[in-house]
Design a protein around this ligand. Structure first.
Ligand code: AKB
Length: 336
């Protein structure tokens, strides 16, 4: 069997996608890679692991050759707020890294999954019911790299026949790995703070609606799209996918149903607020639904219930070893 390579496997999506792919294809057939040498013991011990920096084309090629990789899930990327704080590095990782992966895929006939994002849209995009094919003029470096990445992936498909596929992920909510510096991270942090302290200070303003998705659906989207019949794909890079859309006060109200004393206040971060305001309020994901049968399983109430059930148990267990999770978004993302 041809093997699968995951770049950025220690990240928020990568850590859970690795587990899902190892379950689906067998642990030995799924190579997790990350540029971080310090990763979870589970990632290293549950199957092959390689230290690979995607900005090093030779390193990507060497691991593809070593394991005879047939499909690459290329997840290594900087998220929006970190990218805005360091746009030069964002270009290097998000674009140079992607270019290296696509070149290796072209040379070695690999299929490639590349996530795009709601960050690929901007102020001039219709922000309510954002269509699949529409204006994409983002104002952030993250967005620029996401649009360029979508175009590059389509180009490699059309010009070289590389089987590239991707989705535009909304904010992803997970109870396993913390996100690493995105604009939507508040929707993860809120759970840790609600369970531990009964209160949360939100860095986005009341009324800021954004598309969101629970991690099991994000994993399902990647697997279902890569399994899809290519003859049915009119689009490739990248499909709008969403599962729910809410503003901070709406998720807070849902959490309050489980933790009645929970309170939330606001301390708006102007950088992330400006990014959020340029992103869709909710996307139209009918192309994904029609072309490859996309259907999410979790809406807002189901996601909140599961997050609170799982995290309450885990954090109660961890109470013996105190210390709070370090959120990447606690950094002040001043423009560099
Ligand atoms: C971020 O906030 O940067 C990401 C994304 C929506 O792409 N979660």
């Amino acid at each position: 069997m041809e093997r699968v390579l995951i770049t950025g496997a220690a990240g928020q999506i990568g850590s859970e996608l690795t587990v899902a792919l190892r379950k689906k294809f067998g642990a030995d057939n799924v190579v997790a890679s990350d540029r971080k040498t310090k990763t979870s013991i589970e990632l290293r011990n549950s199957g092959p692991f390689e230290v690979v920096d995607c900005t090093d084309a030779a390193a990507v090629e060497s691991v593809v050759k070593k394991y005879e990789v047939g499909t690459i899930y290329h997840l290594a990327a900087l998220l929006s707020a970190v990218a805005e704080a360091n746009p030069q590095l964002a270009w290097k990782i998000n674009i140079d890294g992607l270019y290296n992966v696509l070149e290796v895929a072209r040379e070695h006939a690999c299929a490639v999954f590349v996530p795009s994002s709601i960050g690929a849209f901007g102020h001039s995009t219709p922000l309510d019911g954002t269509p699949q094919d529409t204006i994409q003029r983002p104002s952030t470096m993250y967005g620029v790299t996401k649009v360029a990445g979508e175009l590059l992936c389509d180009y490699y498909h059309k010009r070289f026949g590389v089987d590239t596929r991707g989705v535009r992920y909304p904010g992803i909510i997970s109870n396993v790995t913390l996100p690493g510096g995105g604009t939507t991270d508040y929707a993860v942090e809120i759970f840790y703070e609600a369970i531990r302290h009964g209160k949360y200070t939100c860095f986005l303003r009341e009324g800021t609606k954004l598309d969101m998705m629970y991690m099991p659906d994000a994993i399902k989207a990647a697997l279902d799209l890569m399994d899809a019949d290519p003859a049915k794909l009119a689009h490739r890079n990248a499909f709008n996918v969403t599962a729910m859309s809410f503003a901070p006060e709406e998720i807070a109200a849902e959490i309050k149903k489980h933790i009645p004393n929970f309170t939330m206040d606001y301390q708006v971060d102007p950088v992330r607020q400006a990014i959020a305001e340029s992103w869709p309020n909710y996307m139209d994901d009918s192309a994904a639904r029609n072309e490859w049968g996309w259907r999410p399983c979790y809406d807002l109430p189901a996601m909140v219930k599961d997050m609170i059930d799982v995290l309450s148990k885990r954090l109660a267990g961890a109470a013996a070893a105190p210390g709070r999770p370090r959120f990447a978004t606690e950094t002040n993302f001043a423009r560099g």
